[in-house]
Design a protein around this ligand. Structure first.
Ligand code: EPZ
Length: 416
């Protein structure tokens, strides 16, 4: 188990280059299954989850060529329509191969993703949508077995907004016979990025980014070139870290217009922001002010930024109410933050965070991706040394985080 050791107290200064979005790269990589022609991707983040997805696709027969942040995937020789349990259990997003496999090959055997630290995270909406499009689906020995001669367009209503549910069904509908309408669809920028990539491949999609997406199926999709959009959660994480440490940083290769609610909350916390094209500059003088927040589907406040803001609130001036409405167990970082001296009371899906003047370094344990980011931020502000265990969670979603933080002046090192 690798660990990170952080000496707290250094304000972050300087510039950081943001990587491509993990949650756009993962569905877009699965889109390679929809065509026999190569999909040439750029700005692909160097993440553990991305290499896991690449290996999953390769074991199905997708050819992959990695050149730094460029990744070319070709679905010409797909010869296995299965996503095995030992790969799916490490990454839920593997379920995103289901829609493309059924759409192009008429069959798929995809292991049911287990739960994960932040909640049960079922995929019933993915399955119901495919059934509405005519797929016969049985669940046997922990696998989703889907078959369809050819999927048919359908009107599908999501009774819960689901990001990967929307993405799976949008990819399935791209090759279906007829028109599919996804109602109460997810509006996340990563959904829009996938739609834009599919359109480049010849798909006929309108309404992505709104809650109603219409897809008119086509016979075939061709290859394309596509650049993955910047990671708004990595961007938000660095901005919160700079605000918490009272620093001033500049983000490059990012995009402010997909971060509205996060930038609003940072301004409320007392940060001064200035924005140019693909650059965001943040300046924080003195102690942040507490900010209340409630997570909701995009464009409201993102659940993937809740843990990071909780770290900020632990040392902010005042008290904050934080409500997590998306996942039933996304407060795993609370116990660990308490070990650093944070004052947090949890009641159901609400946490009350009373700001304290300072945190004390301690040994803590990462439990999930964004919880580990929260512990890094807390470690950056705590007095003394914080050691974070099980940082493989962090490596899933943050490319070279200690190198990027060291460049910003943090005292952080990886312990083998
Ligand atoms: C995506 O997960 C992201 N992952 C998550 O990011 C993110 O937290 C989440 O969306 C919410 O924004 C990827 O994009 C790879 P959902 P996803 O389906 O699609 C319930 C990170 O840190 N639900 O939008 O799995 C579900 O239980 C990760 O990068 C059903 O009930 O989330 C949850 O309560 C963590 N049935 C809610 O909907 C379903 O069939 C939203 O889940 C599907 C979902």
């Amino acid at each position: 188990m690798q660990k990170l050791a952080i000496q707290g107290g250094n304000p972050l200064h300087g510039e950081v280059f943001i990587s491509g979005a993990k949650n756009a790269a993962l569905p877009i990589m699965c889109a390679s299954l929809l065509s026999a022609e190569p999909l040439r991707l750029s700005n692909v983040p160097d993440l553990h989850d991305v290499s896991t997805m690449r290996k999953l696709l390769q074991q199905m027969g997708v050819d992959a060529d990695v050149q730094g942040e460029n990744l070319t995937l070709s679905g010409a020789n797909v010869n296995k329509l299965e996503a095995p349990y030992d790969m799916v259990k490490t990454m839920r997003a593997s379920v995103l191969v289901l829609g493309p496999l059924v759409a192009r090959f008429g069959e798929a055997m995809v292991s049911l993703p287990g739960g994960c630290a932040i909640g049960s995270r079922p995929v019933d909406l993915h399955i119901k949508g495919l059934q509405a499009m005519g797929a016969q689906i049985t669940i046997e020995h922990g696998y989703i077995h889907a078959k369809a001669k050819r999927l048919k367009g359908a009107r599908i209503f999501f009774d819960i907004v689901s990001v990967t549910g929307t993405e799976n069904l949008m990819m399935a509908a791209a090759l279906a016979d007829g028109v599919t309408v996804l109602e109460n669809a997810a509006r996340e920028p990563e959904v829009v990025d996938l739609a834009n990539c599919l359109i480049e491949m010849g798909a006929n999609i309108s309404g992505a980014g709104s809650d109603t997406i219409t897809i008119a199926g086509v016979e075939k999709l061709h290859g394309a070139e596509y650049r993955i959009l910047p990671d708004r959660i990595e961007s938000g994480t660095f901005l919160v870290a700079a605000a918490a440490t009272g620093g001033s940083i500049t983000l490059r290769n990012t995009s402010a217009d997909i971060l509205d609610t996060v930038l609003e909350k940072l301004t409320e916390a007392g940060a001064r922001l200035s924005i140019e094209a693909d650059t965001i500059h943040l300046e924080m003088q003195g102690r942040p002010k507490s900010v209340n927040l409630r997570t909701s589907p995009y464009p409201a406040f993102p659940t993937d930024m809740q843990a990071q803001f909780m770290a900020l609130n632990t040392i902010a001036d005042g008290s904050a109410m934080m409500v997590e409405t998306i996942f039933e167990n996304r407060f795993m970082h609370v116990q660990e933050l308490r070990r650093l001296g944070a004052q947090i009371d949890v009641e159901g899906n609400t946490a009350l965070v009373r700001g304290v003047p300072c945190l004390e370094g301690a040994t803590v344990m990462a439990t999930d991706l964004r919880a580990s980011a929260s512990l890094v931020i807390a470690g950056l502000v705590a007095q003394g040394e914080t050691v974070i265990d099980r940082i493989y969670h962090l490596d899933r979603g943050y490319a070279h985080i200690e190198a990027k933080l060291s460049k910003l002046g943090a005292s952080i090192r990886r312990l083998k």
